[in-house]
Design a protein around this ligand. Structure first.
Ligand code: KG4
Ligand code: ZN
Length: 354
């Protein structure tokens, strides 16, 4: 079975082809540099760029694989969560292809796709606990199959990556600040008491990071008065020692908070011995170390899809579509696009014979 995957939920336009569970080829156009000029993704510009890139990328993928639309069994597309205008471009393109060719259409939950991507690299996926940590989302899932992924917890306000980026911005780090903050943290000494571990004094598996951001801002005020560093700060060597130590402490507070709720989720699901960590923040060095250590201490394993699958891409969408398509699912052409903040409906149906 061949599945074409389409990704346009944020600022990457991407197409990929998965054949019999293996990635055949993938193409991607990023808009990151353009949005960096504005310090964040500008939704209207993003959808226009997707519209500009879709046709050319699709043609390029077909040329490189030597296939035509008639060779495709399933057209899978990220249907949410994401930026509504951006999602609509990809979903409309997918519907056109499916309608014109008779291929099955599948709307993919972009967050599930991030976690399922680990399967493309040979990992056994089910059953597992999934921790999805990105710029827009922080979710915990119980994963029993491609169509049996149940949300256990989510962030109530800022996502983990958003917390890194907002604090990075306050520190004057270039956008998005998570990666540089992590790099500076590795050169600093963490003080475990400097920042709180937020929202742990409750019985749920949700997260809340906005208070931690305020704590970091409160700490930064007097520091900024005493020390100076270039803004935007692009090179770690330009950061003063105090800032590096603050980064290390902040990194530790976010990581330990994520790990504490992960540990509680594992305690409540004792049959799970596998933890899949995906999304942009899965690249964080301390998070990787602590997740690996947590799973090792419980006799299980932590799985991290490689960095190219942690950032937005279409290979994961094509793979998720291939998994669901192999189970016989499809969506009608009335497939709805779901923006960030709205629950993704469970509206797949069993495919009708062609
Ligand atoms: O999944 P992703 O590529 O896309 C969006 O959610 O848009 O995640 C990007 C997020 C950004 O917030 C970025 O700062 C964060 O992942 N990030 C990191 C690291 N690398 C990327 N956060 C912490 N440590 C890192 N090493
Ligand atoms: Zn994503």
């Amino acid at each position: 079975m061949r599945c074409l995957g389409i990704e346009s939920s944020c600022d990457e336009t991407a197409f990929a082809l998965v054949e019999d569970g293996r990635l055949k080829d993938a193409v991607l156009a990023t808009q990151a540099d353009m949005h960096a000029l504005f310090g964040g993704v500008v939704p209207e510009l993003a959808s226009r760029e997707h519209y500009r890139f879709c046709g050319a990328l699709y043609d390029e993928l077909m040329r490189r694989t030597g296939l035509t639309i008639d060779d495709i069994d399933v057209v899978a597309v990220s249907r949410g969560p994401g930026l509504l205008g951006s999602l609509l471009v990809g979903v409309a393109f997918a519907k056109g292809l499916a309608l014109g060719s008779g291929a099955r259409l599948l709307g993919i939950n972009h967050l599930h796709a991030h976690l399922l991507a680990a399967g493309l690299e040979g990992a056994t996926l089910f059953p597992a606990l999934g921790l999805l940590v990105s710029g827009g989302h922080t979710h915990l899932y119980r994963m029993d199959g491609p169509s049996r992924i149940v949300q256990l917890g989510r962030t109530l306000d800022d996502a983990a990556g958003e917390a890194f980026d907002k604090v990075g911005k306050l520190m004057g780090l270039a956008y998005p600040g998570g990666k540089l903050l992590d790099m500076l943290a590795r050169q600093g000494r963490a003080d475990a008491r400097l920042f709180p571990r937020p929202y742990l004094d409750n019985d749920n598996l949700d997260f809340s990071f906005s208070g931690l951001k305020t704590a970091a801002a409160t700490w930064l005020g007097p520091i900024s008065g005493k020390e100076s560093w270039p803004r935007p700060l692009c090179r770690p060597e330009d950061a003063p020692r105090t800032l590096k130590d603050g980064c290390a402490s902040f990194n530790m507070a976010v990581t330990e908070t994520l790990m504490e709720k992960t540990r509680r989720a594992l305690d409540r699901n004792p049959d799970l011995h596998r933890l899949i960590v995906a999304g942009g923040v899965a690249a964080n060095s301390m998070l990787r170390e602590q997740a690996a250590a947590l799973m090792q201490s419980r006799g299980g394993e932590a799985i991290f899809p490689s960095p190219r699958l942690c950032t937005d891409n279409a290979a994961m969408v094509a793979y998720a579509g291939w998994l669901l398509g192999s189970e016989g699912w499809e969506h009608p052409l009335s497939l709805e696009t779901i923006p960030r903040g709205r629950a993704i409906p469970d509206d797949m149906r069993r495919a009708t014979a062609p």
